[in-house]
Design a protein around this ligand. Structure first.
Ligand code: MG
Length: 383
C-alpha cells in the first residue's frame, strides 16, 4: 500500500532547491538522525529565539496588559501560521516554509504596534538616519544579525526562502544594500508562493481577530459591524440558523465563517490563476505578477472590513490616546539614549560606538511594551 504523503506541487518551494543559507555551517553530530529539512530547522530556530518570546508582550492594537484575552503579537503570529498552513496544504505548497515565515514575520516590530514604529521612524529620521525605521527590514535584521545564539555566526542563519518571505516590503534604497534577498525589489519580481500566502494570511488573521478584540473591548459594536457586508452576511445567516444563540457564541461563529470564506476564496482564486498562467515552476512564479490573490469581489469585501477597522477601531479616541502616550514613550527613550549613551546596556553601548543610531533603534525595537514602560518610568522619575 502506498502512503499518501502531502505532495508538493511543482510550483512549491522545496528545500532541495533552496538557495541556501548565508553562512556555511558545520554539521552537528545529531544530523544523521535528524529528519527535519532546512525549512523545518528554520522554524525551530525562530521558536527558540529571544525575539520570538518577546512577541508575547508586544501589542498590535491593544496594550498588552488590557486583558488576558486580547491578541498579542505572539498569538497573532500563531494565527497567521495556522491560516497560512491551511492555505498551503490546500495548494500543495510547502507548509513548513509558510510556518517559518509566519512565525518570524513580526519579529522586528517595536513595542506599541504601529504607533511605536511611527515614533521610532520619526526619531531616526529627525536624528539624521535617513532611512529611518522599517519593521520588515528590522525582522530581517533580527534573524540575520541581532539574535546571538550560535557560536559560528550572528543571527539565525535562515534559508534564503525564509528570509525573502520575512522581507515583505522594502524601500529601493535599502534593497540595494541587502544582496540577494533585496534583488526582487530592484528587479520587480515576485517572492515564492509561500511568501505570498503568508502576506495574505496575515491580513486574514488581523482583520478577523481585530473584529473579535474590538467587540470584546466595547470600542466597536455589532450594529456598527453590520455596515460591513462580509460580517453582516454571516451574522444574519448564523442568527437565522441558530435562533436564541448567545451573542458571544454568535460572534465567534460569525468570525469563524468569515475566515473560512476568505481562505476558501483565496485557495480557489489562486488555483485558477496558477492554472490560467500555466505556472509549473518556482521560476515562473517569480517572473509574473502576484498569483496568490482573492477574487475581485472578496478583495473588495476584505478592503471594506479593513477600512471599517481603521476608522472605527484603530482611530478610536480611546486607542489613539493610548497610542499617543506610547509614541511619547518611544520618543523619550530615543532622546535619552541618544544624549546619554551610558544608559544603554553594555552590548548596545558597544554597538552604538560602532553603528551609531541604529544601535539605539535596535535596542528600542527589541523592547516589549512593559519593558519600554518600565524604562520610561525609570528615566522620567530620576531624570
Ligand atoms: Mg502580522
Amino acid at each position: 500500500m502506498v502512503i499518501a504523503y502531502a505532495r508538493l506541487a511543482p510550483y512549491a518551494s522545496s528545500f532541495a532547491q533552496s538557495r541556501g543559507r548565508l553562512h556555511t555551517e558545520s554539521e552537528p553530530a545529531y544530523r544523521s538522525v535528524d529528519q527535519r529539512d532546512g525549512f523545518q530547522r528554520d522554524r525551530d530556530r525562530i521558536v527558540h529565539s529571544n525575539a520570538f518570546r518577546r512577541l508575547e508582550y508586544k501589542t498590535q492594537v491593544f496594550i498588552n496588559y488590557e486583558g488576558d484575552l486580547f491578541r498579542t503579537r505572539l498569538t497573532h503570529s500563531l494565527e497567521v501560521a495556522q491560516i497560512a498552513r491551511s492555505i498551503a496544504r490546500s495548494l500543495h505548497l510547502n507548509e513548513d516554509l509558510v510556518e517559518a515565515i509566519s512565525l518570524a514575520h513580526d519579529l522586528g516590530h517595536t513595542p506599541f504596534g504601529h504607533a511605536g514604529q511611527d515614533a521610532l521612524h520619526a526619531a531616526m529620521k529627525a536624528s539624521g538616519a535617513e532611512d529611518g525605521f522599517e519593521h520588515n527590514l528590522q525582522s530581517l535584521r533580527v534573524v540575520d544579525h541581532l539574535e546571538q545564539r550560535y557560536a559560528e555566526f550572528d543571527g539565525l542563519n535562515l534559508c534564503f526562502e525564509t528570509r525573502e518571505g520575512i522581507l515583505k516590503h522594502c524601500s529601493m534604497k535599502n534593497a540595494q544594500t541587502l544582496g540577494e534577498v533585496g534583488q526582487r525589489f530592484i528587479l520587480r519580481s515576485q517572492p515564492s508562493l509561500e511568501a505570498q500566502v503568508c502576506n495574505l494570511a496575515d491580513e486574514i488573521a488581523y482583520n478577523n481577530h481585530d473584529v473579535d478584540d474590538g467587540l470584546r473591548s466595547g470600542l466597536i459594536t455589532i450594529d456598527q459591524l453590520k455596515e460591513v457586508d462580509l460580517f453582516a452576511a454571516h451574522w444574519n445567516e448564523v442568527l437565522r440558523k441558530h435562533q436564541g444563540l448567545a451573542q458571544k457564541r454568535a460572534v465567534h461563529e460569525t468570525i469563524r465563517r468569515m475566515i473560512s470564506t476568505l481562505v476558501l476564496d483565496l485557495v480557489i482564486c489562486t488555483k485558477s490563476r496558477l492554472y490560467d498562467g500555466q505556472i509549473i515552476s518556482v521560476e515562473a512564479v517569480r517572473a509574473t505578477e502576484p498569483l496568490v490573490a482573492f477574487t475581485d469581489a472578496t478583495k473588495a469585501a476584505s478592503l471594506q472590513l479593513k477600512q471599517f477597522l481603521r476608522t472605527r477601531l484603530y482611530r478610536h479616541t480611546a486607542v489613539a490616546e493610548k497610542m499617543n502616550h506610547a509614541q511619547g514613550v518611544v520618543q523619550t527613550l530615543f532622546a535619552a539614549y541618544q544624549h546619554q549613551p551610558h544608559l544603554l546596556p553594555d552590548e548596545h553601548k558597544e554597538n552604538q560606538q560602532k553603528i551609531g543610531l541604529r544601535a539605539i533603534s535596535d535596542y528600542i525595537a527589541g523592547m516589549t511594551d512593559r519593558f519600554a514602560l518600565r524604562e520610561f518610568d525609570k528615566l522620567t522619575r530620576t531624570g
